[in-house]
Design a binder for this molecule. Sequence first.
Ligand code: FAD
Length: 298
Amino acid sequence: MRIAEILEQQRPVFSFEFFPPKTDDGQRTLEGTLAVLKDDQPDYVSVTYGAGGTTRARTVEITKWIKQDLGIEAMAHLSCVGEPKERLTEILAEVRSAGIQNVLALRGDPPRGQTDWTPHPGGLSYSVELIRLIDDRFDFSIGAACFPEVHPDAPDRTSDLSYAREKVEAGASFLITQLFFDNELYFDFVDDARTAGINVPIVPGIMPITNVNQIKKITGMCGATIPEELERELDGRADDPEAVAELGVAYATLQCSDLLARGAPGIHFYTLNRSPATRAILAAVRAAHPWTRAKATV
Ligand code: FAD
């Protein structure tokens, strides 16, 4: 089913994001995680597209396995990194012929070791070009990324929002946010996006913290901030992985509950290929169903 239709028909929509593993061990972890998370009945699962090149072919393979063998709705991520236009078109045709109806169209980040974004000589420079290519030649439900704390390469919020609007005008029918830890950033962003004329669902992306060093590295790369009070609590537990994971689950549960109670259309969980945190958070919000208190959808 097309994700745009799922978002039209039901609220809230819960989705899980995975990355293709690089090793056999990683593959086993992913398979174990998915076998468990399947019982949590996500509305769809998405599979990222690696910048390094090694895991790219696996995105299509794993997305196909999720859709065809596990019977869960799936979305393949695709970025402009390292491929000419023709190859991107071939990948899209492969995804389509595997019966997958959903693509998250991205620019991608510079491959490891490079700091500046440089498009492939025969490729695309921005996600909006990929969205146009997809919309011209295929019949996918297209999603795109957006950034409550402004994309690190963008000169300011106004231009970042105008590019986000271009993505929607080009054919993106829903947006998923970069991870964030302060819900006011999300609600302010949604307000500004609506004012800028962006009227598609904006789904918050939430990453449950399970490891202090890992979350500092990730936020450092993507430009998200960790609120001071949360950072202090994390640092105080840095030597106790279990306590960090417990705090991570508690914090993300509060975040999700508040987002849903104030009308967010769903939650996209960045699972980092692990199940316990996402399972606990989802079970808690489903049991407490905070969305029934929402006055309107944002
Ligand atoms: P763009 O929309 O192309 O924007 C990139 C920058 O260029 C921004 O600063 C924007 O303001 C600016 N810009 C956009 N359009 C124009 C224009 N027409 N002219 C001038 N400037 C413009 N990365 C991966 O490699 N693989 C993944 O699977 C992946 N999944 C992700 C999933 C989600 C939900 C999110 C939020 C991010 C994901 N990323 C992934 C990371 C993403 O690729 C990076 O954040 C990347 O730096 C920006 O991608 P984008 O699609 O937003 O790029």
